[in-house]
Write a protein that binds this ligand. Sequence first.
Ligand SMILES: Nc1nc2c(ncn2[C@@H]2O[C@H](COP(=O)(O)OP(=O)(O)OP(=O)(O)O)[C@@H](O)[C@H]2O)c(=O)[nH]1
Ligand SMILES: [Mg+2]
Length: 487
Amino acid sequence: MLTLCFHQDGFPMDERVVRLGVTGLSRAGKTVFITSLVASLKHRENMLELGTAHEGRIQSVRIQDLPEAMIPRFPFEDHLPALMPPDPAWPPGTTRVNGLRVTLQVNVPKPLHLRVLGGRDTYQKTVHLDIIDFPGEWLIDLTLMNKDFEQWSIEHLEKIAFETLRKRPEAIAYLELLQTIDTEGEIQEQVAKSLVKAFTAYLKALQKDGYSNCTPGRFLLPGDLKDAPVLSFTPLYPRHGTEEGSLYKEFQERFTSYKYQIVRKDFFEKYLKEIDRQVVLVDVMAGIHDGPAPFEDQRKAMENILSVFKPGRNNKFLAWLGESNNVEKMLFAATKADHLHHSNHGRLKSYIEEVIQGALTRAEGARADTQAMVIAALRVTTEGTAKGKGGKSLCCVRGRLELGEPDDSHQGIPRQGLYPGDLPDINQLLAVARKGAKGAMQWPQTMNLNFRKFKFLPDSELFDKGPAPPHLYLDQALEFLIGDLLC
Ligand SMILES: Nc1nc2c(ncn2[C@@H]2O[C@H](COP(=O)(O)OP(=O)(O)OP(=O)(O)O)[C@@H](O)[C@H]2O)c(=O)[nH]1
Ligand SMILES: [Mg+2]
Protein backbone atom coordinates (compact mmCIF):
# COMPACT_ATOMS: atom_id res chain seq x y z
CA MET A 1 0.00 0.00 0.00
CA LEU A 2 1.52 3.37 -1.01
CA THR A 3 0.33 6.71 0.33
CA LEU A 4 1.80 9.95 -0.88
CA CYS A 5 1.82 12.60 1.86
CA PHE A 6 3.40 16.05 2.07
CA HIS A 7 5.90 17.41 4.56
CA GLN A 8 5.55 20.87 6.08
CA ASP A 9 8.02 22.13 3.46
CA GLY A 10 5.69 20.98 0.70
CA PHE A 11 7.81 18.06 -0.50
CA PRO A 12 6.38 14.61 -0.97
CA MET A 13 6.88 11.89 1.58
CA ASP A 14 6.13 8.25 0.74
CA GLU A 15 4.55 5.96 3.23
CA ARG A 16 4.46 2.27 2.51
CA VAL A 17 3.13 -0.65 4.53
CA VAL A 18 4.72 -3.97 3.70
CA ARG A 19 3.78 -7.29 5.21
CA LEU A 20 6.79 -9.58 5.47
CA GLY A 21 5.90 -13.24 5.82
CA VAL A 22 8.44 -15.28 7.75
CA THR A 23 7.49 -18.88 7.10
CA GLY A 24 9.11 -22.17 7.91
CA LEU A 25 8.40 -25.50 9.50
CA SER A 26 8.78 -26.07 13.21
CA ARG A 27 12.26 -25.10 14.54
CA ALA A 28 13.36 -23.72 11.16
CA GLY A 29 14.58 -20.54 12.88
CA LYS A 30 11.72 -18.04 12.39
CA THR A 31 11.77 -16.43 15.83
CA VAL A 32 15.55 -16.04 15.86
CA PHE A 33 15.40 -14.61 12.32
CA ILE A 34 12.79 -12.00 13.27
CA THR A 35 14.63 -11.03 16.45
CA SER A 36 17.93 -10.66 14.63
CA LEU A 37 16.34 -8.82 11.71
CA VAL A 38 14.71 -6.23 13.96
CA ALA A 39 17.83 -5.85 16.11
CA SER A 40 19.99 -5.48 12.99
CA LEU A 41 17.77 -2.73 11.65
CA LYS A 42 18.01 -0.90 14.96
CA HIS A 43 21.74 -1.50 15.46
CA ARG A 44 23.22 -1.46 11.99
CA GLU A 45 26.94 -1.92 12.64
CA ASN A 46 26.95 -5.39 11.03
CA MET A 47 24.76 -4.51 8.05
CA LEU A 48 27.33 -3.48 5.49
CA GLU A 49 25.49 -5.10 2.59
CA LEU A 50 22.23 -3.31 3.33
CA GLY A 51 22.85 -0.29 1.12
CA THR A 52 20.67 2.21 2.97
CA ALA A 53 22.20 1.29 6.32
CA HIS A 54 25.68 1.44 4.89
CA GLU A 55 25.05 4.88 3.43
CA GLY A 56 23.66 6.10 6.76
CA ARG A 57 20.29 7.06 5.29
CA ILE A 58 18.13 5.25 7.85
CA GLN A 59 17.08 8.06 10.17
CA SER A 60 15.09 6.15 12.73
CA VAL A 61 13.72 2.71 13.51
CA ARG A 62 10.70 2.38 15.75
CA ILE A 63 9.14 -0.83 17.01
CA GLN A 64 5.42 -0.80 17.55
CA ASP A 65 2.41 -3.07 17.94
CA LEU A 66 0.75 -4.22 14.77
CA PRO A 67 -2.30 -2.16 13.85
CA GLU A 68 -4.45 -5.29 14.37
CA ALA A 69 -5.12 -4.86 18.07
CA MET A 70 -5.94 -8.55 18.56
CA ILE A 71 -2.45 -9.78 17.67
CA PRO A 72 -0.13 -9.93 20.69
CA ARG A 73 3.22 -8.14 20.40
CA PHE A 74 6.23 -10.21 19.29
CA PRO A 75 8.36 -10.17 22.46
CA PHE A 76 11.40 -8.59 20.79
CA GLU A 77 12.24 -6.71 23.98
CA ASP A 78 12.56 -10.09 25.78
CA HIS A 79 14.11 -12.14 22.97
CA LEU A 80 17.03 -9.84 22.13
CA PRO A 81 18.49 -9.51 25.65
CA ALA A 82 18.00 -13.26 26.14
CA LEU A 83 20.23 -13.95 23.12
CA MET A 84 22.91 -11.56 24.39
CA PRO A 85 25.54 -11.57 27.14
CA PRO A 86 25.89 -12.35 29.98
CA ASP A 87 24.08 -15.72 29.66
CA PRO A 88 22.82 -16.03 26.10
CA ALA A 89 20.21 -18.68 25.32
CA TRP A 90 17.84 -19.49 22.46
CA PRO A 91 14.20 -18.36 22.63
CA PRO A 92 11.53 -20.92 23.46
CA GLY A 93 9.39 -22.43 20.68
CA THR A 94 6.48 -20.22 19.61
CA THR A 95 3.07 -21.30 20.85
CA ARG A 96 0.77 -18.57 19.50
CA VAL A 97 0.62 -16.01 16.73
CA ASN A 98 2.33 -12.72 17.54
CA GLY A 99 3.76 -9.88 15.54
CA LEU A 100 5.20 -6.40 15.40
CA ARG A 101 5.58 -3.37 13.17
CA VAL A 102 9.01 -1.90 12.45
CA THR A 103 8.74 1.67 11.20
CA LEU A 104 11.75 2.93 9.31
CA GLN A 105 12.29 6.55 8.35
CA VAL A 106 14.70 6.86 5.48
CA ASN A 107 16.18 9.78 3.59
CA VAL A 108 15.92 9.10 -0.13
CA PRO A 109 17.27 11.16 -3.01
CA LYS A 110 14.59 13.39 -4.51
CA PRO A 111 13.66 12.50 -8.11
CA LEU A 112 15.10 14.89 -10.69
CA HIS A 113 11.75 16.37 -11.66
CA LEU A 114 11.22 17.48 -8.04
CA ARG A 115 14.70 18.89 -7.67
CA VAL A 116 13.84 21.73 -10.02
CA LEU A 117 11.52 22.98 -7.30
CA GLY A 118 14.59 23.67 -5.18
CA GLY A 119 15.01 22.92 -1.48
CA ARG A 120 16.71 19.83 -0.09
CA ASP A 121 18.02 17.06 -2.39
CA THR A 122 16.44 14.34 -0.30
CA TYR A 123 13.01 13.64 1.08
CA GLN A 124 11.77 11.35 3.77
CA LYS A 125 10.20 7.99 3.22
CA THR A 126 8.42 5.92 5.85
CA VAL A 127 8.29 2.16 5.54
CA HIS A 128 6.22 0.11 7.96
CA LEU A 129 7.38 -3.48 8.00
CA ASP A 130 4.70 -5.71 9.53
CA ILE A 131 5.99 -9.10 10.63
CA ILE A 132 4.09 -12.07 12.05
CA ASP A 133 5.58 -15.00 13.94
CA PHE A 134 3.69 -18.25 14.51
CA PRO A 135 4.32 -21.85 15.54
CA GLY A 136 5.86 -23.83 12.67
CA GLU A 137 3.58 -26.77 13.46
CA TRP A 138 0.61 -24.82 12.09
CA LEU A 139 2.14 -24.13 8.69
CA ILE A 140 1.85 -27.72 7.55
CA ASP A 141 -1.93 -27.51 7.95
CA LEU A 142 -2.09 -25.44 4.77
CA THR A 143 -1.58 -28.71 2.91
CA LEU A 144 -4.97 -29.91 4.21
CA MET A 145 -6.88 -27.39 2.17
CA ASN A 146 -6.96 -29.40 -1.03
CA LYS A 147 -7.85 -32.69 0.69
CA ASP A 148 -11.11 -34.12 1.93
CA PHE A 149 -11.48 -36.35 4.97
CA GLU A 150 -11.26 -39.51 2.90
CA GLN A 151 -8.04 -38.52 1.12
CA TRP A 152 -6.46 -37.29 4.32
CA SER A 153 -7.44 -40.52 6.13
CA ILE A 154 -6.08 -42.75 3.38
CA GLU A 155 -2.74 -40.93 3.28
CA HIS A 156 -2.34 -41.24 7.04
CA LEU A 157 -3.52 -44.85 7.22
CA GLU A 158 -1.08 -45.90 4.50
CA LYS A 159 1.74 -44.29 6.41
CA ILE A 160 0.53 -45.76 9.72
CA ALA A 161 0.40 -49.24 8.12
CA PHE A 162 3.93 -48.74 6.89
CA GLU A 163 5.07 -47.59 10.32
CA THR A 164 3.56 -50.71 11.90
CA LEU A 165 5.84 -52.79 9.65
CA ARG A 166 8.67 -50.74 11.03
CA LYS A 167 7.34 -51.65 14.48
CA ARG A 168 6.64 -48.11 15.59
CA PRO A 169 4.66 -48.79 18.79
CA GLU A 170 2.43 -45.72 18.48
CA ALA A 171 1.37 -46.77 14.96
CA ILE A 172 0.60 -50.31 16.14
CA ALA A 173 -1.39 -48.98 19.10
CA TYR A 174 -3.52 -46.73 16.89
CA LEU A 175 -4.31 -49.43 14.34
CA GLU A 176 -5.13 -51.97 17.03
CA LEU A 177 -7.49 -49.54 18.71
CA LEU A 178 -9.13 -48.61 15.42
CA GLN A 179 -9.82 -52.25 14.66
CA THR A 180 -11.93 -52.57 17.81
CA ILE A 181 -14.22 -49.67 16.92
CA ASP A 182 -17.42 -49.63 14.88
CA THR A 183 -16.99 -46.35 13.04
CA GLU A 184 -20.50 -46.59 11.54
CA GLY A 185 -22.12 -46.81 14.94
CA GLU A 186 -23.25 -43.85 17.02
CA ILE A 187 -20.40 -41.68 18.24
CA GLN A 188 -19.31 -42.16 21.86
CA GLU A 189 -17.19 -39.23 23.03
CA GLN A 190 -15.05 -41.45 25.26
CA VAL A 191 -14.15 -43.61 22.25
CA ALA A 192 -13.41 -40.48 20.18
CA LYS A 193 -11.12 -39.26 22.95
CA SER A 194 -9.17 -42.51 23.07
CA LEU A 195 -8.67 -42.42 19.29
CA VAL A 196 -7.46 -38.82 19.46
CA LYS A 197 -5.07 -39.70 22.26
CA ALA A 198 -3.57 -42.63 20.36
CA PHE A 199 -3.32 -40.72 17.08
CA THR A 200 -1.72 -37.68 18.75
CA ALA A 201 0.90 -39.92 20.36
CA TYR A 202 1.65 -41.31 16.89
CA LEU A 203 1.97 -37.81 15.37
CA LYS A 204 4.31 -36.74 18.17
CA ALA A 205 6.52 -39.78 17.57
CA LEU A 206 6.72 -38.93 13.85
CA GLN A 207 7.60 -35.32 14.62
CA LYS A 208 10.31 -36.41 17.03
CA ASP A 209 11.90 -38.45 14.24
CA GLY A 210 12.05 -35.40 11.99
CA TYR A 211 8.94 -35.87 9.84
CA SER A 212 7.25 -32.68 8.68
CA ASN A 213 3.89 -33.83 7.31
CA CYS A 214 2.29 -34.20 10.73
CA THR A 215 -1.24 -32.94 10.23
CA PRO A 216 -3.29 -31.59 11.93
CA GLY A 217 -0.65 -29.29 13.39
CA ARG A 218 -2.95 -28.23 16.24
CA PHE A 219 -2.84 -31.77 17.59
CA LEU A 220 0.82 -31.12 18.31
CA LEU A 221 0.39 -27.55 19.44
CA PRO A 222 -3.27 -26.73 20.16
CA GLY A 223 -2.74 -23.14 21.40
CA ASP A 224 -6.06 -21.98 22.87
CA LEU A 225 -7.94 -24.86 21.20
CA LYS A 226 -6.86 -27.47 23.74
CA ASP A 227 -9.73 -29.96 24.21
CA ALA A 228 -11.97 -28.11 21.73
CA PRO A 229 -14.39 -30.45 19.88
CA VAL A 230 -12.97 -29.29 16.54
CA LEU A 231 -9.75 -31.11 17.44
CA SER A 232 -11.56 -34.38 18.03
CA PHE A 233 -11.14 -36.44 14.86
CA THR A 234 -8.66 -38.98 13.52
CA PRO A 235 -8.11 -40.82 10.22
CA LEU A 236 -10.63 -43.61 9.61
CA TYR A 237 -11.05 -46.28 6.92
CA PRO A 238 -13.38 -44.85 4.24
CA ARG A 239 -17.09 -45.57 4.71
CA HIS A 240 -19.86 -44.49 2.40
CA GLY A 241 -23.47 -43.69 3.19
CA THR A 242 -22.86 -43.51 6.92
CA GLU A 243 -25.68 -42.09 9.02
CA GLU A 244 -25.82 -38.74 10.77
CA GLY A 245 -24.51 -39.11 14.30
CA SER A 246 -22.13 -41.95 13.46
CA LEU A 247 -18.49 -41.70 14.49
CA TYR A 248 -17.42 -41.58 10.83
CA LYS A 249 -19.81 -38.78 9.92
CA GLU A 250 -18.90 -36.74 13.01
CA PHE A 251 -15.18 -37.05 12.36
CA GLN A 252 -15.72 -36.13 8.74
CA GLU A 253 -17.62 -32.97 9.78
CA ARG A 254 -15.04 -32.03 12.40
CA PHE A 255 -12.27 -32.40 9.82
CA THR A 256 -14.15 -30.07 7.48
CA SER A 257 -14.70 -27.50 10.26
CA TYR A 258 -11.02 -27.71 11.19
CA LYS A 259 -10.00 -27.12 7.61
CA TYR A 260 -12.25 -24.13 6.97
CA GLN A 261 -12.54 -22.55 10.38
CA ILE A 262 -9.12 -23.09 11.91
CA VAL A 263 -6.79 -23.39 8.95
CA ARG A 264 -8.41 -21.13 6.41
CA LYS A 265 -10.26 -18.46 8.41
CA ASP A 266 -8.31 -18.29 11.67
CA PHE A 267 -4.83 -18.83 10.26
CA PHE A 268 -4.40 -18.29 6.55
CA GLU A 269 -6.87 -15.47 5.99
CA LYS A 270 -6.01 -13.61 9.18
CA TYR A 271 -2.25 -13.79 9.01
CA LEU A 272 -0.84 -15.07 5.75
CA LYS A 273 -3.09 -13.93 2.97
CA GLU A 274 -1.88 -10.37 2.58
CA ILE A 275 1.83 -11.07 2.43
CA ASP A 276 3.81 -8.76 0.12
CA ARG A 277 7.25 -10.24 0.58
CA GLN A 278 8.17 -13.58 1.92
CA VAL A 279 11.12 -15.38 3.38
CA VAL A 280 10.91 -19.15 3.56
CA LEU A 281 13.32 -20.65 6.06
CA VAL A 282 14.38 -24.26 5.72
CA ASP A 283 16.61 -26.17 8.12
CA VAL A 284 18.10 -28.35 5.40
CA MET A 285 20.76 -29.83 7.62
CA ALA A 286 18.24 -31.08 10.18
CA GLY A 287 16.38 -32.68 7.26
CA ILE A 288 19.50 -34.48 6.08
CA HIS A 289 20.43 -35.54 9.56
CA ASP A 290 17.05 -37.15 10.20
CA GLY A 291 17.54 -39.58 7.28
CA PRO A 292 16.26 -40.16 3.72
CA ALA A 293 12.57 -40.56 4.55
CA PRO A 294 12.24 -37.45 6.76
CA PHE A 295 14.43 -35.50 4.29
CA GLU A 296 12.08 -36.35 1.44
CA ASP A 297 9.11 -35.62 3.68
CA GLN A 298 10.54 -32.15 4.41
CA ARG A 299 11.05 -31.45 0.70
CA LYS A 300 7.50 -32.49 -0.13
CA ALA A 301 6.05 -30.51 2.76
CA MET A 302 7.84 -27.34 1.60
CA GLU A 303 6.72 -27.83 -1.96
CA ASN A 304 3.09 -28.33 -0.94
CA ILE A 305 3.08 -25.40 1.44
CA LEU A 306 4.61 -23.08 -1.10
CA SER A 307 1.92 -23.89 -3.62
CA VAL A 308 -0.41 -21.94 -1.34
CA PHE A 309 1.55 -18.77 -1.85
CA LYS A 310 2.17 -19.15 -5.54
CA PRO A 311 -1.05 -20.23 -7.13
CA GLY A 312 -0.69 -22.04 -10.42
CA ARG A 313 -3.37 -22.20 -13.08
CA ASN A 314 -5.01 -25.35 -11.72
CA ASN A 315 -4.37 -24.69 -8.11
CA LYS A 316 -7.34 -25.13 -5.85
CA PHE A 317 -6.12 -22.40 -3.57
CA LEU A 318 -6.56 -19.82 -6.26
CA ALA A 319 -10.16 -19.32 -5.25
CA TRP A 320 -9.33 -18.26 -1.76
CA LEU A 321 -6.28 -16.27 -2.62
CA GLY A 322 -8.21 -14.07 -5.01
CA GLU A 323 -6.45 -11.25 -6.75
CA SER A 324 -5.02 -9.71 -3.62
CA ASN A 325 -2.21 -12.20 -3.15
CA ASN A 326 0.72 -10.92 -5.06
CA VAL A 327 3.97 -11.83 -3.40
CA GLU A 328 6.53 -9.51 -4.96
CA LYS A 329 9.66 -11.11 -3.61
CA MET A 330 10.41 -14.53 -2.21
CA LEU A 331 13.62 -15.48 -0.50
CA PHE A 332 14.34 -19.15 0.15
CA ALA A 333 16.95 -19.41 2.84
CA ALA A 334 18.78 -22.39 4.29
CA THR A 335 19.16 -21.45 7.94
CA LYS A 336 21.87 -22.11 10.54
CA ALA A 337 24.68 -21.86 7.97
CA ASP A 338 27.09 -21.22 10.83
CA HIS A 339 26.97 -24.97 11.53
CA LEU A 340 29.14 -25.41 8.45
CA HIS A 341 32.47 -24.02 7.38
CA HIS A 342 32.00 -21.38 4.66
CA SER A 343 33.69 -23.69 2.16
CA ASN A 344 30.43 -25.71 2.26
CA HIS A 345 28.04 -22.78 1.87
CA GLY A 346 27.92 -23.10 -1.92
CA ARG A 347 26.76 -26.70 -1.57
CA LEU A 348 24.19 -25.75 1.04
CA LYS A 349 22.82 -23.17 -1.36
CA SER A 350 22.52 -25.76 -4.10
CA TYR A 351 20.55 -27.93 -1.66
CA ILE A 352 18.04 -25.21 -1.03
CA GLU A 353 17.73 -24.58 -4.75
CA GLU A 354 17.03 -28.26 -5.35
CA VAL A 355 14.77 -28.76 -2.38
CA ILE A 356 12.52 -25.91 -3.39
CA GLN A 357 12.89 -26.40 -7.13
CA GLY A 358 9.17 -26.95 -7.71
CA ALA A 359 8.24 -23.88 -5.75
CA LEU A 360 10.89 -21.79 -7.48
CA THR A 361 9.50 -22.69 -10.88
CA ARG A 362 6.02 -21.73 -9.77
CA ALA A 363 7.18 -18.46 -8.22
CA GLU A 364 9.00 -17.53 -11.38
CA GLY A 365 5.88 -18.42 -13.37
CA ALA A 366 4.02 -15.91 -11.25
CA ARG A 367 6.81 -13.40 -11.83
CA ALA A 368 7.80 -12.98 -8.19
CA ASP A 369 11.42 -11.95 -7.78
CA THR A 370 13.00 -15.02 -6.16
CA GLN A 371 16.36 -15.83 -4.67
CA ALA A 372 17.95 -18.71 -2.78
CA MET A 373 20.52 -18.03 -0.04
CA VAL A 374 22.16 -19.49 2.99
CA ILE A 375 22.03 -17.50 6.21
CA ALA A 376 22.69 -17.64 9.92
CA ALA A 377 20.40 -15.09 11.52
CA LEU A 378 22.53 -15.37 14.63
CA ARG A 379 26.07 -16.58 14.08
CA VAL A 380 27.20 -18.60 17.07
CA THR A 381 30.41 -20.15 15.70
CA THR A 382 33.78 -19.08 14.41
CA GLU A 383 35.91 -20.93 11.88
CA GLY A 384 39.25 -22.62 12.03
CA THR A 385 41.21 -25.63 10.76
CA ALA A 386 42.48 -28.78 12.44
CA LYS A 387 44.73 -31.62 11.38
CA GLY A 388 42.83 -34.81 10.55
CA LYS A 389 44.04 -38.33 9.75
CA GLY A 390 47.26 -38.39 7.78
CA GLY A 391 47.85 -34.70 8.49
CA LYS A 392 44.95 -33.66 6.24
CA SER A 393 43.73 -30.15 7.00
CA LEU A 394 40.06 -30.09 8.08
CA CYS A 395 37.79 -27.03 8.00
CA CYS A 396 36.19 -26.73 11.43
CA VAL A 397 33.65 -24.58 13.22
CA ARG A 398 34.07 -23.66 16.86
CA GLY A 399 31.37 -22.82 19.36
CA ARG A 400 29.62 -23.63 22.62
CA LEU A 401 28.23 -27.04 21.87
CA GLU A 402 24.95 -27.83 23.58
CA LEU A 403 24.91 -31.35 24.85
CA GLY A 404 21.67 -33.10 25.73
CA GLU A 405 18.65 -31.17 26.86
CA PRO A 406 19.14 -27.43 27.37
CA ASP A 407 19.00 -26.38 31.01
CA ASP A 408 18.46 -23.00 32.59
CA SER A 409 22.06 -22.00 32.89
CA HIS A 410 24.44 -22.41 29.99
CA GLN A 411 27.20 -20.43 31.63
CA GLY A 412 30.61 -21.97 31.61
CA ILE A 413 30.07 -24.27 28.63
CA PRO A 414 33.47 -24.38 26.92
CA ARG A 415 33.96 -23.64 23.23
CA GLN A 416 34.86 -26.66 21.15
CA GLY A 417 36.18 -27.05 17.66
CA LEU A 418 34.19 -29.49 15.58
CA TYR A 419 34.62 -30.90 12.10
CA PRO A 420 31.04 -30.98 10.81
CA GLY A 421 31.90 -33.03 7.74
CA ASP A 422 31.47 -32.06 4.12
CA LEU A 423 28.01 -31.91 2.60
CA PRO A 424 27.61 -34.70 0.06
CA ASP A 425 26.36 -34.28 -3.47
CA ILE A 426 22.73 -33.17 -3.50
CA ASN A 427 21.67 -35.24 -6.50
CA GLN A 428 22.90 -38.39 -4.83
CA LEU A 429 21.00 -37.51 -1.67
CA LEU A 430 17.80 -36.69 -3.49
CA ALA A 431 17.97 -39.90 -5.52
CA VAL A 432 18.20 -42.00 -2.34
CA ALA A 433 15.55 -39.92 -0.59
CA ARG A 434 13.05 -40.19 -3.45
CA LYS A 435 13.55 -43.89 -3.94
CA GLY A 436 13.42 -44.63 -0.27
CA ALA A 437 10.83 -42.05 0.73
CA LYS A 438 8.95 -44.71 2.64
CA GLY A 439 11.77 -47.11 3.18
CA ALA A 440 15.28 -46.15 4.16
CA MET A 441 15.76 -44.65 7.58
CA GLN A 442 19.52 -44.45 7.11
CA TRP A 443 21.67 -43.07 4.32
CA PRO A 444 23.68 -45.87 2.68
CA GLN A 445 27.10 -46.36 4.25
CA THR A 446 28.66 -45.96 0.82
CA MET A 447 27.64 -42.31 0.84
CA ASN A 448 30.10 -41.77 3.65
CA LEU A 449 27.76 -39.32 5.31
CA ASN A 450 29.49 -38.33 8.49
CA PHE A 451 27.52 -35.11 8.67
CA ARG A 452 25.70 -35.02 11.98
CA LYS A 453 23.27 -32.91 13.91
CA PHE A 454 24.54 -30.73 16.68
CA LYS A 455 23.41 -27.60 18.37
CA PHE A 456 25.46 -24.63 19.42
CA LEU A 457 24.45 -22.06 22.00
CA PRO A 458 24.62 -18.32 21.35
CA ASP A 459 27.97 -16.92 22.34
CA SER A 460 28.61 -13.68 24.30
CA GLU A 461 32.04 -13.34 22.70
CA LEU A 462 30.56 -12.87 19.26
CA PHE A 463 28.50 -9.86 20.34
CA ASP A 464 31.48 -7.61 19.82
CA LYS A 465 29.45 -4.62 18.62
CA GLY A 466 26.99 -4.13 21.49
CA PRO A 467 23.49 -5.31 20.63
CA ALA A 468 24.23 -5.58 16.86
CA PRO A 469 23.72 -9.33 16.26
CA PRO A 470 26.55 -11.33 14.69
CA HIS A 471 25.17 -13.10 11.61
CA LEU A 472 26.00 -14.59 8.23
CA TYR A 473 24.54 -12.95 5.14
CA LEU A 474 21.53 -11.46 6.96
CA ASP A 475 22.37 -8.06 5.47
CA GLN A 476 22.28 -9.56 1.96
CA ALA A 477 18.97 -11.20 2.75
CA LEU A 478 17.51 -7.89 3.90
CA GLU A 479 18.94 -6.05 0.91
CA PHE A 480 17.07 -8.47 -1.32
CA LEU A 481 13.86 -8.40 0.72
CA ILE A 482 13.46 -4.69 1.45
CA GLY A 483 16.44 -2.85 -0.08
CA ASP A 484 14.33 -1.47 -2.93
CA LEU A 485 11.77 -0.02 -0.50
CA LEU A 486 14.40 2.05 1.21
CA CYS A 487 15.56 4.02 -1.80
N1 LIG B 1 23.52 -22.05 14.89
C1 LIG B 1 22.35 -21.45 14.71
N2 LIG B 1 21.25 -22.00 15.25
C2 LIG B 1 20.07 -21.37 15.06
C3 LIG B 1 19.95 -20.16 14.32
N3 LIG B 1 18.65 -19.81 14.30
C4 LIG B 1 17.98 -20.74 14.99
N4 LIG B 1 18.83 -21.68 15.47
C5 LIG B 1 18.51 -22.91 16.23
O1 LIG B 1 17.20 -23.33 15.86
C6 LIG B 1 16.36 -23.39 17.01
C7 LIG B 1 14.97 -22.97 16.62
O2 LIG B 1 14.96 -21.58 16.30
P1 LIG B 1 13.60 -20.73 16.40
O3 LIG B 1 13.87 -19.39 15.82
O4 LIG B 1 13.01 -20.78 17.76
O5 LIG B 1 12.71 -21.61 15.39
P2 LIG B 1 11.17 -21.39 15.00
O6 LIG B 1 11.06 -21.62 13.54
O7 LIG B 1 10.69 -20.07 15.52
O8 LIG B 1 10.51 -22.60 15.79
P3 LIG B 1 8.96 -22.77 16.23
O9 LIG B 1 8.55 -21.52 16.95
O10 LIG B 1 8.98 -23.97 17.12
O11 LIG B 1 8.18 -23.01 14.97
C8 LIG B 1 17.04 -22.48 18.03
O12 LIG B 1 16.68 -22.86 19.34
C9 LIG B 1 18.51 -22.71 17.73
O13 LIG B 1 18.95 -23.90 18.31
C10 LIG B 1 21.15 -19.61 13.76
O14 LIG B 1 21.17 -18.57 13.07
N5 LIG B 1 22.32 -20.30 13.99
MG1 LIG C 1 9.27 -19.61 16.84
